[in-house]
Design a protein around this ligand. Structure first.
Ligand code: GLC
Length: 464
């Protein structure tokens, strides 16, 4: 592709991103999900908390910290203290899925949706976790901890923690959630302990431990540390799949009773899907999609795995194995557009039972094995963190050749992502900011610092 075309698409992307900014009482506070004039807006004219994370991080790389600060302040003000839905009150601490600016009595007000308007009334569990992660990135970018130390922010973080750490009917240190509680916000068999939520939970706990002032009792920090250790062990030990582990599961005994047993979750070897034994490369591995009683979801979910690399929940060796898998199964996981949201798709009877015959989530479409360009920046970030620069560049080249020409679709369909998503919005903001963020990361890998979780001396000086 000639250089001028590339430059034009980048200029266009920046312009479109600028035009997606929402203003509230004259201050920039977020970005709309999409600006597609061809389709009904539904709630795509709102600012989604999870979608803004990509734009927010990108703005931070540009020194545009004000919009991120305003977003953090306004979403905190919206945080649920007591929200009612059909007379049921979900716990305080929940952050909205999305919000919009409205006019009431001639004054601008923000109206939040906590899932009470969303299709199928799904609760956005990931919003509050992403919020803490973005707050940490803001502190890192500005080197200004004072915002996070404000009493309202400390209170907000504690509310989120109370909400997430509350005792549930659960035996595991992971967070138990209903179906569709995150980026996959439709029924997709992702209820229980889905990987994406657990990785975000882990990152949010680490971030909270960095951002919280030790209060009088130190109760929160103590609880966080204990939960973090248990969560880390649980995910590393039981979600990880590679050929050795698969061999272990294949020879598992069932129905073991008591404490010291190998097959703690009573996974039946017959549940290993046929595709996996051939698909899993010798030098590859990944974290499974979900773990519950007699349930190991063997599907590969991109966001959870890439974030696990970034937040160092995956060890260095595991991170390399995840990247090996991406490299060796490139056609399946990247194909014509980085990257597949999950692999493989649910088909036939399984699709009917698991999704409730959802026509939007037919095999190889949308959440059910579609390709989502927003995942490009996470792939690039994970590739840079693991020193696999060639993979980062290769993925950007694939995306660059299509995105602008296809008008920045929300997702792509088909086994290899060759078709523009059947119902995909065009000019989807996180597609645009994800592409720009990927370019920024390659140009300046130091930006990884915003989303990377190591034991970071910077943060310690900043916080103490
Ligand atoms: C769809 C996606 C969700 C996203 C929203 C706005 O509902 O599933 O993850 O936040 O669109 O882009």
């Amino acid at each position: 592709m000639p250089i001028s075309v590339k430059t034009d698409s980048i200029t266009e992307a920046w312009r479109t991103l600028e035009n997606s900014i929402i203003f509230y009482r004259k201050r920039p506070i977020g970005t709309v999900a999409a600006r597609d004039c061809q389709r009904a807006a539904l709630n795509y004219d709102q600012c989604f908390v999870r979608d803004f994370i990509t734009s927010g991080l990108l703005f931070l790389t540009q020194g545009k910290t004000e919009i991120v600060r305003n977003f953090l302040i306004e979403t905190l003000a919206l945080q649920s203290h007591e929200k009612q839905m059909d007379f049921f009150k979900p716990g305080p601490g929940l952050m909205p899925a999305s919000f919009k600016v409205d006019i009431v009595d001639g004054k601008q007000v923000l109206i939040a949706d906590f899932g009470e308007h969303a299709i199928a009334r799904v609760p956005p569990v990931d919003s509050c976790l992403w919020w803490i992660i973005l707050l940490r990135a803001y502190v890192k970018a500005t080197k200004d901890i004072s915002l996070a130390y404000q009493p309202e922010f400390q209170q907000g973080i504690k509310l989120i923690l109370d909400f997430c750490l509350v005792h549930r009917f659960a035996m595991y240190p992971t967070m138990l959630v209903p179906d569709g509680a995150f980026m996959i916000d439709r029924r997709m068999g992702v209820y229980g302990n889905p990987l994406e939520i657990q990785v975000l939970f882990y990152a949010a706990l680490v971030a909270a431990s960095e951002l919280l002032l030790p209060d009088d009792s130190g109760v929160h920090l103590d609880t966080i540390n204990r939960r973090l250790a248990a969560l880390e062990y649980h995910v590393k030990e039981y979600y990880w799949i590679d050929i050795n582990r698969l061999n272990e599961i294949y020879r598992y005994q069932g129905e073991e009773f008591g404490k010291e047993v190998a097959n703690k979750f009573n996974i039946y070897p017959e549940s290993i899907p046929n595709w996996l034994t051939e698909w899993l490369p010798e030098t590859g591995g990944y974290l499974a999609g979900n773990l519950g009683p007699s349930q190991l979801d063997f599907r590969f979910f991109a966001l959870g795995n890439l974030m696990a690399i970034l937040v160092s929940l995956a060890s260095e060796e595991e991170s390399q194995k995840i990247m090996n898998l991406v490299e060796q199964r490139w056609d399946d996981l990247i194909g014509s557009m980085p990257m597949k949201i999950c692999f493989p798709a649910l088909e036939g009877l399984e699709w009917k039972i698991v999704t409730g015959s959802d026509p939007k989530n037919r095999a190889w479409s949308y959440h059910n094995g579609g390709n989502w360009p927003v995942l490009l920046w996470l792939l690039v970030a994970a590739a840079l963190k693991t020193g696999r620069v060639e993979l980062a560049n290769k993925a950007i080249d694939v995306a660059q050749s299509r995105l602008s020409q296809d008008e920045w679709p929300e997702y792509y369909d088909g086994k290899n992502g060759r078709l523009i998503g059947k119902e995909a919005r065009k000019y989807q903001t996180w597609t645009i900011s994800g592409f720009l963020m990927a370019k920024e990361l390659v140009a300046n890998p130091a930006h990884l610092n915003l989303i990377s979780f190591e034991k970071d001396p910077d943060m310690i000086t900043c916080v103490n």
